[in-house]
Design a binder for this molecule. Structure first.
Ligand code: RFL
Ligand code: PHB
Length: 392
């Protein structure tokens, strides 16, 4: 099999890249380890930045997002039993976010892929990449019982944090920066009407909690827990009791309870590899970087990377200009490090750290009071939360 760009991974990064290249007439093949159902049902991110919304619109896959997504113009920070609103719209010059599940974005992109007629090999095993240094790299895998070899010009490594692309780069060619946090998030999906229109991020002495949603009938909630937490220790009753405690307010606001239809634990880490390229392999999304979910940046960064990569590949194929391909890693890393800082900062401001001291607790309170009372402080939260504009 021959193609121009071979893409490893059918998450948001791989699927969107495949679609943007297809729209520009660039042939591509996507190779994915799991089946379609797994991709469409995996519950992960929920917050789409303005730039992500614009990119999906430009790619012609935003129609259902506008119909079913929930536009939000603010978020709330809860501490000392009081909710404080950050007006995202007013503090960011009119930008906003949409709450729309990552799996819904993935469904829309898979539908566009099916319509495009371009190849997507589901349930590919033994995926490997070769010849990254040369002119003609290849991707090999086992698909439907057959050995497949895909010869291509470029490989896009969109296979997430645990994929094979980043580890295929020779040792010593990459520099890695990372930080593992001393806690995780226990997340649930409940069939309960969201009791507020906006997300609530809570700092509580028992730990962080987050109120979010997926639709007018489904609430999404998270609790800070131990990094090695056993989900078996969390009965539904214990989860609700802990959520009510951490999200309690003086004004009597409460989350609505309902049947819990999904439960999971997410470890928290920050990770960046530099550069995001080796020879003819370009890394995009979680394969190159991870952020803790507190800033809601992971999928948005994946979209930003493939926006840059698609423009660079289009310039290569249409005008033989490789300047953007050469600049790919530097261009992406500027946004990546902004998001790394923001996600680390929001995580630090909102979580309980085991090593915290009474002094650090007071400093954390003071910071929360500042960002919710000063316009300058609020702008730092808002401008980063809605995401900085793209340079092109
Ligand atoms: P993905 O989504 O992990 O997709 C990678 C794909 O590659 C496949 N794969 C392979 N395929 C072939 N061969 C191999 N050897 C392969 N190895 C792996 C996988 O099966 C998969 O299909 O990476 P991508 O596309 O870079 O997208 C990144 C996002 O998924 C991630 O950053 C976000 O989910 C992070 N995130 C959030 N991001 C946001 O922008 N806003 C949010 O509100 C937000 N909330 C979250 C989050 C992540 C969370 N979890 C569970 C980690 C909340 C949570 C709880
Ligand atoms: C979510 O709804 O899953 C969500 C929202 C905001 C975050 C992280 C996750 O910061």
């Amino acid at each position: 099999m021959h193609t121009q760009v071979a893409i490893v991974g059918a998450g948001p990064a791989g699927l969107l890249l495949g679609h943007l290249l297809h729209l520009a007439g660039i042939d591509n093949v996507i190779v994915e380890r799991h089946d379609r159902r797994y991709a469409e049902e995996r519950i992960r991110a929920g917050v789409l930045e303005q730039g992500t919304i614009d990119t999906l619109d430009e790619a012609g896959v935003g129609e259902r997002m506008h119909r079913e997504g929930l536009p939000h113009e603010g978020i709330e920070l809860l501490f000392d039993r009081k909710r404080h609103r950050i007006d995202l719209n007013a503090l960011s010059g009119g930008r906003a976010i949409v709450v729309y599940g990552q799996h819904e974005v993935v469904k829309d992109l898979i539908a566009a892929r099916a319509e495009s007629g371009q190849a997507l090999l589901w349930e590919a095993s033994e995926v490997a990449i070769h010849g990254l240094d040369g002119e003609r790299p290849t991707v090999t895998c086992l698909h439907a019982g057959e050995r497949v070899e895909i010869a291509c010009d470029y490989i896009a490594g969109c296979d997430g944090f645990h994929g094979i692309c980043r580890p295929s780069i020779p040792e010593g060619a990459l520099k890695v920066f990372d930080r593992i946090y001393p806690f995780a998030w226990l997340g649930i999906l409940a069939e309960a009407e969201p009791s507020s229109h906006e997300l609530v991020y809570a700092n509580h002495e028992r730990g962080f909690a987050l109120f979010s949603m997926r639709s007018e009938k489904v609430t999404r909630l998270y609790l800070q827990c131990e990094p090695d937490e056993d989900i078996g220790n969390w009965s539904d009753d214990r989860i609700w009791a802990e959520l009510h405690t951490r999200l309690e307010t003086d004004d009597g606001w409460k989350v609505n309870e309902g049947p819990i239809v999904q439960k999971g634990i997410t470890p928290m880490r920050s990770f960046v590899c530099e550069p995001m390229q080796y020879g003819r392999l370009f890394l995009a999304g979680d394969s190159a970087h991870i952020v803790p979910p507190t800033g809601a940046k992971g999928m948005n960064l994946a979209v930003a990377d493939v926006r840059v990569l698609s423009k660079a590949l289009i310039a290569h194929y249409t005008t033989h200009d490789d300047a953007k391909l050469k600049a790919y890693s530097d261009t992406c890393l500027k946004r990546v490090w902004r998001a790394e800082h923001y996600s680390w900062w929001m995580t630090s401001m909102l979580h309980r750290f085991p090593e915290s001291t009474p002094f650090m607790d007071r400093v954390q309170r003071s910071e929360l009071a500042y960002v919710t009372s000063s316009e300058a402080g609020g702008r730092v939260v808002a401008e980063n939360y809605v995401g900085l504009p793209f340079s092109e």
